[in-house]
Write a protein that binds this ligand. Structure first.
Ligand code: TIU
Length: 222
């Protein structure tokens, strides 16, 4: 067992053998100019800040033989898994499925849907394509976790208040203990990130725990 003594709202105990790291949607479409994030009107450069820490987190979890899962928010090329309500929402400069500078926006197999090279999955790591904000919705994630007897999840990725928080809430309701690494998650809205960290760990950890990367590293290197 390992203990993250500095986690909030209190220490987080976990067994690396039954814990998975889930890195949410670190794709070119969210992190680089010309993708989905920018079509929504966001400054995507804000998300670059967490790339080095997320790379360090991946390497830490790999070194501790933990299960590694990467997710990608994307849709089938025929758009059969894209509800009209999602495609037609708001007034983006390009809609999901439209051609853009990194290929069709948020479509599986296009350059924009790929995970950024700095955080590329290694052989043997799990990659889950998901049509929703939550990674449990319309995917095999539940089955993959139960096959591996995973009981705890460590989260990183983007964006904190959308896909990361949604997936943590889904995980919480399914009985997983979930820890979010604060400096390995980011939002286009700094105030939303701050609020999300607070709401996750409020009320005695109503959704889960948060920690700084260094405190998790200390727990695993002890
Ligand atoms: N727009 C936004 O903040 N996020 C998303 O649309 N998807 C994810 O969070 N991955």
């Amino acid at each position: 067992m390992a203990t993250v003594a500095g986690a909030f709202p209190f220490a987080f105990d976990f067994n690396p053998a039954t814990t998975a790291l889930i890195v949410i949607d670190m794709q070119r479409d969210f992190v680089e100019p010309g993708g989905f994030g920018e079509t929504l009107g966001n400054d995507v450069s804000l998300l670059q800040a967490i790339v080095p820490t997320t790379a360090a987190l991946l390497n830490l979890c790999r070194a501790n033989q933990m299960t590694i899962i990467h997710t990608r928010e994307c849709h089938k090329p025929d758009l059969s898994d894209l509800p009209d309500a999602k495609r037609n929402r708001g007034a983006p400069s390009l809609r999901i499925g439209d051609p853009g500078p990194m290929g069709r926006i948020l479509i599986a197999g296009e350059p924009g849907a790929e995970i950024i090279p700095e955080l590329a999955p290694q052989p043997g790591e799990i990659v889950i394509d998901k049509p929703g904000k939550g990674a449990f919705y319309a995917t095999d994630l539940s089955g993959l976790l139960s096959e591996r007897k995973i009981t705890s999840l460590i989260f990183a990725g983007v964006t904190t208040e959308v896909c990361v928080q949604t997936t943590m809430r889904e995980a919480n309701d399914r009985g997983f203990d979930s820890l979010l690494v604060e400096d390995a998650t980011e939002s286009y809205f700094p105030e939303f990130k701050a609020a999300t960290l607070c709401m996750i760990r409020a009320q005695g950890g109503i959704v889960g725990w948060t920690t700084r990367f260094d405190d998790l590293a200390e727990a695993l290197n002890d």
